[in-house]
Design a protein around this ligand. Structure first.
Ligand code: NAP
Length: 436
């Protein structure tokens, strides 16, 4: 029998577990750990609450968790409850699928003022992440600025713009639903340090902004490069830029909210007395090598909420090599060290779609299977039985998949009309439900 541990129960973790189960059949036991009592990581806490079709992939992960050889163990924190050295002594291989849940700092003066939030915090707040349930973002001002031109910036702009009716069918948590319903924000600026052809937004997600009940996306026609230069773009990017051209050409509507695309705009500082009041921005010019250079021309954007959507970092784990510059574990093809691997964003950094994690997990599972043939000699490691003993000794309270199913049932039962669930947002609540 082989024993493997996957740390993290988001997409990368579940695809790896799925691949290991396929490779080993009943010759392996796979423990999938998560520091939270609930599974699915990015699917639950990252994917926007109004993108339920994307979240449906959790059904596939559920199947994996219910397989004979797999076990979900939530509320177990690697590095706090159990060390990596202990895990490597218990399991034949350990795969880190810990994602990239930490915000990269903007690194400009004033980025620590109240009202300046990273997207992990803001997205975590509206998605019911226990770490951000008490965030209470300031929505009392008339304007917000979003920094970054990726899909997360789009998610944040859309969530700030939607009417309560547009959240029907979503699983946005009640605290965010109610706060957003009272929001005074009418102008949302999305700042990109480069231009329309350099955005990291995908067409489907960008197109959604054109169909909001109360908000109109606005693009300055002069920011758009000549139409014939779009021919050099890949088809997806051409489609995205096409949406921006449509926004630029659209007639002004009476919709009360504006989503302003501010291209060639680099934030220099956040200013304000005790809280964010305005953003100091420098106009940039695109260089032949595709980078943006400041032009020295500056201007102010009044805003009391700044959400930086500029990417994420993987948290370090004591005892595991870590690359501060890249914000993830250094690895070669997923291998960090002997019997220690990384998959997903912990391996590659925060890029790609949910599906990108699948080949990633399968590739690492193949490497593991080459090292430990399914019919090879038993390593004698104790696996989950040894982990259980350590956790018991330390007074930990692990949550298994059947416990999660109780939590899930409570969430479904508590759902607002038309919503699939009302997420529990506190770890204590989750643990209480499962003990009830
Ligand atoms: P992203 O796609 O890497 O975009 C990050 C953006 O931040 C880029 O526009 C980047 O500009 C900008 N940026 C980085 N550092 C900056 C700085 N210091 N100042 C100003 N701007 C800065 O990251 P993301 O939006 O966080 O998304 C992460 C991944 O999740 C992506 O692969 C994304 O497609 C995916 N995602 C998908 C969906 C969906 O499919 N519905 C939803 C959300 C996220 P430069 O290009 O100039 O570096």
């Amino acid at each position: 029998m082989r024993h493997f541990a996957v740390i993290g129960s988001g997409p990368a973790g579940f695809y790896t577990a799925e691949a290991l189960l396929k490779a080993y059949g009943d010759q392996a036991r796979i423990d999938i750990l998560d520091r939270l009592p609930v599974p699915y990581g990015l699917i639950r806490f990252g994917v926007a609450p109004d993108h339920q079709s994307i979240k449906a992939v959790a059904k596939r992960y559920e199947k994996v968790a219910l397989e004979e050889g797999a076990r979900f163990l939530g509320n177990v924190h690697l590095g706090a409850d159990v060390s990596i050295e202990e895990m490597l002594s218990l399991y034949d291989a350990v795969v880190l699928a810990t994602g990239a849940p930490h915000d990269r700092r903007l690194g400009i003066p004033g980025d620590d003022l109240p009202g300046v939030l990273g997207s992990a915090a803001f997205v975590g707040w509206y998605n019911g992440h226990p770490d951000f349930a008490d965030l209470d973002p300031p929505l009392d001002g008339a304007a917000a600025a979003i920094i970054g031109n990726g899909n997360v910036a789009l998610d944040v702009a859309r969530i700030l713009s939607k009417t309560p009716a547009e959240f029907v069918g979503s699983d946005i948590v009640s605290h965010a639903f109610e706060a957003l319903g009272q929001s005074a924000i009418r102008t949302i600026s999305i700042l990109g340090r480069r231009g329309p052809q350099q955005i990291a937004m995908t067409p489907k997600e960008l197109g959604e902004l054109g169909h909001l009940a109360d908000a109109q996306p606005v693009v300055e026609p002069a920011d758009l490069p000549p139409v014939d230069t779009d021919a050099a773009l890949d088809p997806g990017q051409r489609k995205s830029v096409g949406h921006l051209r449509d926004f630029a050409a659209a007639a002004d509507t009476a919709k009360p909210k504006r989503i302003l695309f501010d291209f060639f705009a680099r934030p220099l500082a956040v200013e304000g007395h005790g809280r964010a009041e305005r953003l100091v921005v420098e106009r940039t010019a695109l260089q032949p090598d595709g980078t943006a250079e400041g032009t020295g021309e500056t201007y102010l954007i009044p805003c009391s909420l700044v959400v930086s959507c500029i990417g994420y970092a993987t948290p370090a784990i004591p005892g595991v090599p870590y690359d501060d510059r890249l914000g993830r574990f250094p690895n070669e093809g997923g291998r960090i060290a002997d019997r220690l691997y990384a998959v997903g964003w912990a391996r590659r950094g925060p890029t790609g779609t949910i599906g990108t994690n699948r080949p990633d997990g399968y590739e690492v599972a193949e490497q593991i299977a080459a090292l430990f043939p399914a019919d090879g000699a038993d390593s004698g490691r104790r696996g989950g039985e040894g982990l259980d003993a350590i956790l018991k000794l330390r007074g930990c309270d692990p949550v298994e998949f059947h416990d999660w199913q109780k939590i899930e049932a409570a969430e479904v039962a508590a759902a607002r009309a038309g919503a699939p669930r009302e997420k529990l947002v506190r770890v204590e609540q989750m643990l209480k439900v499962r003990h009830d």
